[in-house]
Ligand binder design. Structure first.
Ligand SMILES: *Cc1c(COP(=O)(O)O)cnc(C)c1O
Length: 414
């Protein structure tokens, strides 16, 4: 049987992939949930492990032929346990959202009260927002951030939790520029008898590298994606204390999923090995240094930042004072070779599909090797592009300058 490669078999797809690779090479990627995986991670995720069915867990499968898959999954599990210092890890969730669904399945019945950060304040859809299954199958209650500080007020969280007695309390989110106080959340969860779940999807790499306090010892369950700051393939992981291990495993399989994606498991194992190196620790700390430096440079140019700055990898810009809607700014930045996403800001007077903010972050740029010195340049390009959002020639000129910088800092994996 003829078995041609991708280019020969499907030139249309091959062409689109090649162009996407070129685009990733030429653009400055400031979307805080994105990154560049290493060649090793990329290689592992494109292997024949995709051909194998492995329902179950190592040593207890429903299919034969697991002689080599079991050690792959065991390596991933052991590396996750060692890296984060947890009793138990499940590396099978297909992504962050299914991982969170498994948490609900493990601990809640339909209609139970659950509590998370509101989406417009920086929470994730799966923490009980209305359009998500998590907001309709359960009874969601929400906390936000103080308008004046842009930060979570734990006294307010405590007050709501005391009144509502949620089964699960989520800590973490998707647009939080500041350190999450896991110990503070834990004391509230303990007081009201809730299970504290730390969702570290965004900050897992910072936690692994010691650049953000760890939820271990505070949260009974930890959920994460593997593809954001952790710099692995697209996937999810759940970690927990030994007493919850059986419930978590049962919820992932057979509760929610079928066969694990073994090629992804292999790539997660590789990413976890990389994340245990000193080089990765330095990377995690550099992400934060870059974010702080970029925040300073933006503030110096009159940008209003939610919470006034950044402690982690993420910056949320409120463009209200610049009189430019978030979407207009994000579109202009994209034409200038700078990829961001428009985002709501706390108490946004505008609509979610046309909000006031732009969300940016430093994980991908830091993977390219950019440092504080380059952040000055990035901030000035952003400022210029947003001021000249209707001037195609200015945006085109910036895109050329961005491309030049990108070529001087080649991204991993490309
Ligand atoms: C990204 C994210 C998720 C969901 O991850 P997907 O892989 O996109 O499903 C869940 N929680 C938080 C806090 C996230 O940032």
């Amino acid at each position: 049987m003829s078995d041609p490669g991708l280019r020969e078999r499907d030139p249309e797809i091959a062409d689109l992939v090649a162009k996407e690779e070129q685009r990733q090479r030429d653009c400055l990627r400031l979307i805080p949930s994105e990154n560049y995986v290493s060649r090793a991670v990329l290689e592992a995720s494109g292997t024949v492990l995709t051909n194998k069915y492995s329902e179950g867990y190592p040593g207890k499968r429903y299919y034969e032929g697991q002689q080599l898959i079991d050690p792959v999954e065991r390596l991933a599990i052991d590396r996750a346990r060692a890296l984060f210092g947890v009793d138990h890890a499940n590396v099978q969730p297909y992504s962050g959202s299914p991982a969170n669904l498994a948490v609900y399945l493990a601990f809640c019945k339909p209609g139970d009260t659950i509590m998370g950060m509101a989406l417009p304040a920086g929470g994730h859809l799966t923490h009980g927002w209305g359009v998500s299954i998590t907001g309709s199958f359960f009874r969601p209650v929400r906390y936000g951030v103080k308008k004046a500080t842009g930060r979570v007020d734990l006294d307010e969280v405590r007050e709501i939790a005391r009144k509502e007695r949620p089964k699960i309390l989520w800590a973490g989110g998707t647009a939080i520029p500041r350190t999450v106080d896991f110990a503070g959340f834990a004391s509230i969860a303990k007081e009201v008898g809730a299970i504290l779940v730390a969702d570290i999807a965004h900050i897992a790499g910072l936690v692994a590298g010691g650049a953000h306090p760890s939820p271990v010892g505070h949260a009974e369950v930890i959920s994460t994606t593997t593809h954001k700051t952790l710099r692995g393939p697209r996937g999810g992981m759940l970690m927990c204390n030994a007493n919850h291990a059986a419930a978590i495993d049962k919820a992932v399989f057979p509760g929610l999923q079928g066969g694990p994606h073994n090629h992804t498991t292999a790539a997660i194992a590789v990413a976890l090995k990389e994340a245990a190196t000193d080089e990765f620790k330095a990377y995690a700390h550099q992400i934060v240094k870059n974010s702080r430096a970029l925040a300073e440079e933006l503030l110096a140019r009159g940008f209003d930042l939610v919470s006034g700055g950044s402690d982690n990898h993420l910056i949320l810009i409120d463009l209200t004072n610049k009189d430019v809607p978030g979407k207009t700014a994000a579109r202009a930045l994209d034409r200038a070779g700078i990829e961001t996403n428009y985002n709501t800001v706390p108490d946004d007077p505008r609509k979610p599909f046309d909000p006031s903010g732009v969300r940016i972050g430093t994980p991908a740029m830091t993977s390219r090797g950019l440092r504080e010195a380059e952040m000055k340049k990035v901030a000035s390009w952003m400022d210029e592009a947003i001021r000249n959002h209707a001037d195609e020639s200015a945006l085109g000129r910036i895109a050329g300058e961005v491309r030049e910088l990108c070529h001087a800092f080649p991204a991993p994996g490309l």
